[in-house]
Design a protein around this ligand. Sequence first.
Ligand SMILES: [Zn+2]
Length: 158
Amino acid sequence: MKKTKNNFIEISIKVAEGNVLKNLGGPFGAVVVKNGKVIAAAGNSVTKKNDPTAHAEIEAIRKAAKKLKTFDLSSCEIYSSCKPCPMCLSAIYWANIKKIYYAANSKAAARAGFRDDFIYKEFAKPAEKRKIKEAQQNAPSKNNPFKLWKKSQQKVKY
Ligand SMILES: [Zn+2]
């Protein structure tokens, strides 16, 4: 029987539950789907891997890209047990994933102690009002990598 959107969301939630029950990381799961088939499923493994970027969506994207042998997942959709955080949302854009489905929202994640909602609010502020300050260092060579890239005959565009 063909799987539905609800089936894929249920899989992402089951992965998230398993992650908590097996103490593998945060309560999040994600599934990358192509043509109605699961390509990759992954849970959050931040604490297990000591990797602050090892969110479920990022882990699922890495697995899917490896499996499909491409950095372009434009033929895929992602299902997540919770609304992707800003980092994962960016990763989804970089992967060209065409659609996002999620179950819980950022407010629910905040109630469980996660900062997704806080980071969304931070990004909506002008840079000078954010908690983490940023400053451009005006190095004379700052645009050299781009000049080299534009001239490169061997680059793989993405
Ligand atoms: Zn995330």
